[in-house]
Design a protein. Sequence first.
Length: 96
Amino acid sequence: MNKAGEDTPLVGITETAISLPSDPLNFRAVVKVPLQIDLSWGLPIDTGFRDATTAPLRGYIINITNSADGFSQYEELTLSGVVLAWNHTGLTKGII
């Protein structure tokens, strides 16, 4: 909808990716204060269609764990949209 009024909605087009997206660029993890870490990254070069524009990413999934092995127990956090940073507070002391 704009100043001119409402238009007919566009029909969504679904296309299957040909590969997984490449890794995010310039990933950084910085400890700002005790028990808090700031994560940041850039958009990947390839979103699964051999470029970064055919189908932009719709979000990221971050796995958070407090288990010693890092795999046995984790929480999956979904960040929707073009999110390029995330701040995690409440880390557990002594667990990496």
